[in-house]
Design a protein around this ligand. Structure first.
Ligand SMILES: Nc1ncnc2c1ncn2[C@@H]1O[C@H](COP(=O)(O)OP(=O)(O)OP(=O)(O)O)[C@@H](O)[C@H]1O
Length: 305
């Protein structure tokens, strides 16, 4: 495998805020890689530095073996950067927009229209960009990033604000783009999105990468904790702790957030017996660890997108 992106010790400060604080990562060619973290974690700043549109205070970046900063004209045809939908010209239609982007690369109308079709916008080609739905605008912005067939694609929170169906449709499109051999680097604050799409993720918080790995591997490192939850109000957390202790049920946490009483344990059977004896099983859910638990474990706090 060849390396598509290398970042070594990148840092960026805005006034008092250390937005990126020593990020190093490597993305292999063909990988679907996610920068994952809550709002303000430093994902967008990291992405902009990787893309070569923002200069880091420190550190070194290589894309496809080349330095992206200062702007490198040899690199531009090989990378695709998704702009936020708000950057479109309001009065242009979807077709005029993609043809405009295509013209920057000397690409003709046929190829531009092909990309409209690829993202499912052929039928909305005559709609002005300011009249498009959020999902349509996101798909158009992705088509504009891909119109010159780049081998490396950067996407900044491509599904934010979309309804669940529109998100799933976009996931299919992103998977196809990657399956064609393109390297994809995306930022997201959705844990489920990272879990479903990414070969590997870098979990970020406060400008640092806390851990990098395949989502499933990060979850496995947690040693298979299972979360058992029931409706809140059936039994207090304090009483539950006492009963688990006297029944010899090993639990690592019992929390009540007012909606659910959740128990983290590696052995769910005795926990379930205790709850059953107390007639406290209403709303029962048992689930294995997820990336949410990985974040909790790495930062000591609940994930808030
Ligand atoms: N141009 C800027 N000037 C000053 N501070 C900034 C600027 N851009 C970002 N920041 C700050 O830097 C930190 C990291 O922001 P960044 O946008 O990189 O994070 P993020 O993880 O992408 O968050 P979000 O999901 O909200 O976009 C935040 O505290 C943010 O307020």
């Amino acid at each position: 495998m060849t390396t598509a992106i290398t970042a070594d010790g990148i840092r960026k400060r805005y006034g008092d805020v250390q937005a990126v604080d020593g990020v190093s990562l490597t993305v292999e060619s063909g990988e679907f890689f996610g920068l994952l973290g809550p709002n303000g974690a430093g994902k967008t700043t990291t992405l902009e530095i990787l893309e070569g549109i923002r200069e880091p205070d420190e550190g070194r970046v290589e894309l496809l073996g080349l330095r992206p900063w200062p702007r490198n004209p040899k690199l531009l045809p090989r990378i695709g950067v998704q702009f936020q939908a708000s950057a479109f010209f309001d009065r242009l239609t979807a077709r005029e927009t993609i043809r405009t982007f295509a013209s920057f690369y000397g690409i003709g109308h046929r190829r531009a229209d092909h990309w409209l079709d690829r993202v499912g916008l052929s039928e909305s080609a005559s709609v002005a960009t300011d009249k498009m739905s959020g999902g349509q605008a996101q798909r158009l912005s992705i088509a504009c990033a891909l119109v010159h067939d780049p081998e490396l694609v950067f996407l900044d929170e491509p599904t934010t604000g979309l309804d669940p169906q529109a998100r799933r449709n976009l996931w299919d499109l992103l998977r196809d783009i990657n399956a064609e051999g393109r390297t994809v680097l995306l930022t997201t604050h959705y844990l489920d999105e990272a879990e479903v799409l990414c070969d590997r993720v870098a979990v970020m918080d406060h400008g640092k990468v806390l851990r990098t790995g395949a989502p499933a591997a990060l979850v496995r490192e947690l040693d298979d904790t299972v979360r058992v939850s029931v409706e809140s109000g059936l039994i207090t957390a304090e009483r539950a702790r006492e009963l688990f202790a006297s029944a010899g049920a090993e639990v690592s946490a019992v929390e009540d957030n007012g909606v659910l009483l959740s128990v983290a344990t590696r052995l769910p059977a005795p926990v379930l017996s205790v709850l059953a004896e107390q007639n406290a099983l209403r709303g029962l859910e048992v689930r294995g660890a997820t990336l949410e638990d990985v974040f909790l474990h790495l930062t000591g706090r609940e994930y808030r997108a």
